[in-house]
Every structure is written in C-alpha cells, then in structure tokens.
Design a binder for this molecule. Structure first.
Ligand code: ASP
Length: 327
C-alpha cells in the first residue's frame, strides 16, 4: 500500500479477484499479468484521450469480462444447477448515479447492462426478469449460456460439489478443494480522470456452486461498488455475503468523509474492522481524487494492476510487483 500522497492527473486500478491463490506455474501467472495489464491499458487509453473515469472503468471491466481467465462474462463460474448468473454494477462519483444488473443469463457484457441501467435512470438495479427488455431497449448483445462456459469452470463445479456439498465457494478458494491449477476471479476497476472525477465498476459470475438466484455484493451499491468525488471510488472482491453485511465500499467512503481518514487507512481498516470480523475474505481496489491507489486484501493474494499518468502499468498477484514491458 502506498504511504505517500500522490497527485496525478489520471490514475486507474483493476482487480481480477482475491482468494486462496497458490504461487504456481510461471507461465500461467504471466498470462494473468498480461491480461490485467491489457485491461489497465484499455482504460488508460480512454483517460489519456480525455475520456471520463466512467468510460475508462467500463473499458477495463469489459476487457476482463471478455477474458476467460476471470470469473466474469466469458469464463464465469457455475451455480449449483451448472448455470451462469451474472452480476455487475457501475457508479459515477461526480453525479452519484449508479446502475446494476443481477442474475443476468444472456448479457454478453454485464457491465454494459449496468451502464445502460445507469443511463436509463428509471431505476438503479435490474433483475433477470428485466434482462430481455433492457437488452432490446439499449441494443445490448445477448448470447447463449454456453458462451460463458469453460471446461475449467465445469471441472471446478464438479470438484466443489464432490467435496463441499451445497456450500458456495469463492472462485479462488475452489482451488483449495480442486486439484485444478486454473485460477479465476471477479473483476473490477476504479479510475480518476483528467477532470478530477471518480468512477468504479465491478462484474462477477458470483461464487462456484452458489444457490440459484443468489445475488452477492457485486451489484449492490455501497457493498461491492461505490464512487463519490467527495472521497473515493471502490470495487470489491471476496465472500459476497460478508461484504454485503459490512457495506464495505460505503464504509471506506464514510471513514474518509466522517473521520477524515486518508484512503489507505480507510480501506485497510474497513477490511480488517468490518469484513474480517464477519469472517469475510477478499480485497478491494480504491482510488481517491489525488490519484492515490489502495489495494488491500486479507486473502493469500489478489490479482491487481494499476497505472498513474506518466508511469508504467504495474501488476501483482502476491507482494511482488511486475512492470509492463519488463522481462
Ligand atoms: N464477491 C463476489 C460474490 O460474492 C465473488 C468474488 O468476488 O469472487 O458474488
């Protein structure tokens, strides 16, 4: 975590999930670093061109949703019925407008669904019964369920069901049950744009073997996502029920606004003092209006990457940081 106050014209950070990640195959880890850095680049290009933080987090999350390595969009986990139900959210720190979708079954990019709900402005959160109308009204691409499926995810579900019964398992933690060395994760992004505005977005397939119909923290404003120019933008990943009960993302905002805490302290304390006592495991990426980035986690690792104007893109899974372009 950064201790020094940073002032930058733009900055962006992404996560690809947190959990019991074991150090392993360098080739697999290299693929994760490349995918995380590509997602940051997609958002950075928007910011460099003077685009908004909202557009930047959308571009980064869409890139991660399209990558089968992560538990969002293509590559999402299976629920207990071996089906996919996808949640996503987005929030604009300038206007406090937000949009979210929950339990989606056909939206190719759930984050675009969340953005459409936000722009539509009739409501904040749309469930599966509104999916077809939302897609039609906003020309959102719909796909078959099979588009989201990967063989690695199917094997993960089989193993979890064999060993964990009806328990839902955080995607990375499925690996402690599974012999598979595949690694996946919920995704999210936070950004500060050149106009000083903040935004956050989060997208997930949820937890492996989750109860059909279960909705986690990801599409809930104040839990898995929050953005407010008065404080920070936050995207969370972890055991959703505890993040929901802790109101994690809003808790960080509240610590900054009401207690005057700096971002780093607010993020770390929210995780350790609200989520952890409930038994929650995971992490978050957060950013403030000075471009400070905070990425605490209480799991073994968290897939993450970030950039500030004028600096190289960096990524990390554990404590070691990799810089884009370095061998
Ligand atoms: N928070 C997500 C959920 O509970 C899971 C994750 O972050 O991996 O649906």
């Amino acid at each position: 975590m950064k201790k020094d106050k940073q002032v930058t014209s733009y900055a962006l950070a992404v996560h690809g999930g947190a959990g019991t990640i074991k150090p392993g195959n360098p080739e697999v880890e290299a693929a994760y670093h490349a995918a995380l850095q590509a997602a940051v680049l997609a958002g950075e290009q928007v910011l460099q061109a003077g685009g908004s933080a909202l557009q930047a987090v959308t571009a980064s999350v869409q890139s991660l949703e399209d990558c089968p390595l992560f538990n969002a969009g293509h590559g999402a986990v299976f629920n207990a019925n071996a089906e996919h139900e996808l949640d996503a959210s987005i929030m604009d720190g300038q206007t406090l407008k937000a949009g979210a979708v929950a339990g989606m079954r056909t939206l190719r990019n759930p984050v675009l669904g969340a953005l459409a709900v936000m722009k539509d402005e009739r409501c904040v959160l749309v469930g599966v019964h509104g999916e077809a109308a939302l897609a039609a009204q906003h020309a959102l691409e719909q796909v078959e369920q099979s588009y989201f499926s990967t063989e690695a995810r199917r094997e993960q579900l089989r193993t979890v069901q064999a060993h964990a019964g009806n328990r839902a398992v955080l995607d990375h933690d499925a690996l402690t049950v599974s012999k598979s060395d595949s690694r996946f994760g919920t995704v999210g992004a936070v950004a500060l744009d050149q106009s000083g505005n903040l935004a956050a977005a989060t997208s997930t397939g949820g937890m492996t073997n989750k109860m059909p119909g279960r909705i986690g923290d990801t599409p809930v404003v104040g839990a898995g996502v929050y953005a407010n120019n008065a404080s920070c933008a936050v995207s969370a990943t972890g055991t959703g029920e505890q993040f929901l009960r802790a109101c994690l993302a809003h808790d960080i905002h509240a610590r900054m606004v009401y207690a005057g805490s700096p971002l780093d302290a607010a993020a770390a304390q929210a995780l350790s003092e609200t989520v952890a006592p409930l038994g929650g495991v995971g992490g978050l990426v957060a950013i403030d209006r000075d471009g400070n980035v905070s990425m605490p986690y209480n799991s073994k690792g968290m897939y993450r990457a970030w950039v500030r104007e004028g600096q190289s893109i960096q990524s990390a899974i554990f404590a070691d940081v990799q810089t884009a372009g370095s061998p």
